[in-house]
Design a binder for this molecule. Structure first.
Ligand SMILES: Cc1cc2nc3c(=O)[nH]c(=O)nc-3n(C[C@H](O)[C@H](O)[C@H](O)COP(=O)(O)OP(=O)(O)OC[C@H]3O[C@@H](n4cnc5c(N)ncnc54)[C@H](O)[C@@H]3O)c2cc1C
Length: 307
């Protein structure tokens, strides 16, 4: 079924949100790479989301959640499954005492600003992570030894049948950039258990963390953050630097001269350029260090062949 037919079908079922067709993934990812997505859906509320996933189920089609696209490498051939971006109806932040509830579409920087303004401490170390609450929880985003999963007390989830439920933190296992949540379950809200603090001190800590990041990471160039996970007891960036690949280029994709675990797009890089670099790095690090590097970045879209 082509995307025009899909769009009509979704509308006929009463979907109220925005629908975009043929969107270049370079517009919606921080790496600025990727072919077109057939369909991006922007549900306005829970009912809209239920319409989309029930239709996908009826059609035997998968779907993918899209946050801010800051941990994604999208193939040059684009994405055939519908992408679902939670934003409009999923952007609320509320507090009750030292607990904060944030919708999946809330940006992590926005959540951090809210916490500081409300004298709530705990999330400061995540300053500079450009994802959303949904993507952040799915990836168990972390920095300076703090992971978002350390602060999450419960999650509101939608299952593939469209049912919603709150899941307590104890029922979920958060690992290194992973969470035990089936891939077709959707995070709708996160509840964070924080501590009383003082706005100026919280802001100062956030600024300190951010300054340190700006000095050591290419935050102002298109990237998807760290490409590889750090192997136990080692830093992936250091290993890549030690095998001499800092600054290595493939097309317009370059191993960042500032931090070797970042691949930056210095112009019109393609996914196959990045995949080529990934392949080269993995082989070289394995040959010279005997260490296997696992990907942190999520690769999505129609399969690409590295050149
Ligand atoms: C400059 C830069 C710095 C970074 N620094 C860090 C860092 O210090 N630490 C760190 O951990 N990461 C870092 N990242 C990576 C990235 O920001 C995080 O992984 C972030 O949590 C991804 O969030 P997102 O909203 O962009 O998710 P996306 O990249 O859009 O998606 C990531 C995954 O989450 C899934 N997803 C998104 N929303 C939902 C939802 N509502 N329900 C279920 N699944 C969902 C997607 O399907 C996908 O599998 C950095 C990235 C950049 C570009």
């Amino acid at each position: 079924m082509r995307d025009g037919a899909q769009e009509r079908m979704i509308r006929n079922r009463g979907f109220q949100g925005e629908i975009r067709r043929g969107v270049s993934m370079s517009e919606v990812t921080s790496l600025r790479i990727g072919g077109s997505a057939d369909l991006i859906l922007y549900p306005r509320e829970t009912e809209d989301l239920q319409i989309v996933i029930s239709l996908c189920r009826a059609q035997g089609m998968g779907y993918l959640l899209l946050g801010n696209g800051t941990n994604l490498l999208v193939s040059d051939r684009g994405v055939r499954e519908p992408l679902i971006h939670l934003f409009h109806g999923f952007g609320e932040i509320r507090r009750k005492g030292t607990t904060v509830m944030a919708g999946a579409g809330v940006g992590l920087p926005q959540l951090l600003r809210f916490c500081a303004a409300n004298d709530l401490s705990g999330l400061e170390a995540l300053a500079g992570i450009p994802g959303t609450v949904g993507g952040g929880i799915r990836m168990n985003a972390g920095s300076w030894g703090v992971e978002i999963g350390n602060l999450v007390s419960s999650l509101m989830i939608m299952d593939p049948a469209g049912g919603t439920r709150w899941v307590k933190q104890e029922a979920i296992e958060f690992g290194y950039r992973t969470i035990t949540l089936p891939p077709d379950e959707i995070i709708l809200q996160g509840e964070f258990s924080l501590q009383q603090g003082e706005c100026s001190e919280i802001t100062k800590r956030m600024e300190d963390f951010l300054r340190e990041k700006k000095e050591t990471q290419p935050l102002f160039q298109p990237s998807a953050g760290s490409i590889f996970k750090n192997p136990p007891g080692m830093a992936a960036g250091k290993l890549i630097e030690e095998v001499g690949l800092k600054g290595m280029r493939r097309g317009d994709a370059m191993v960042s001269p500032l931090h070797a675990n970042f691949i930056v797009n210095v112009g019109r890089a393609r996914a196959r350029d990045v995949l080529g670099l990934i392949d080269m790095i993995r082989k070289r690090v394995y040959q010279e260090k005997g260490t296997t590097l696992d990907l942190e970045v999520q690769i999505i879209g129609e399969e690409e062949v590295a050149e």
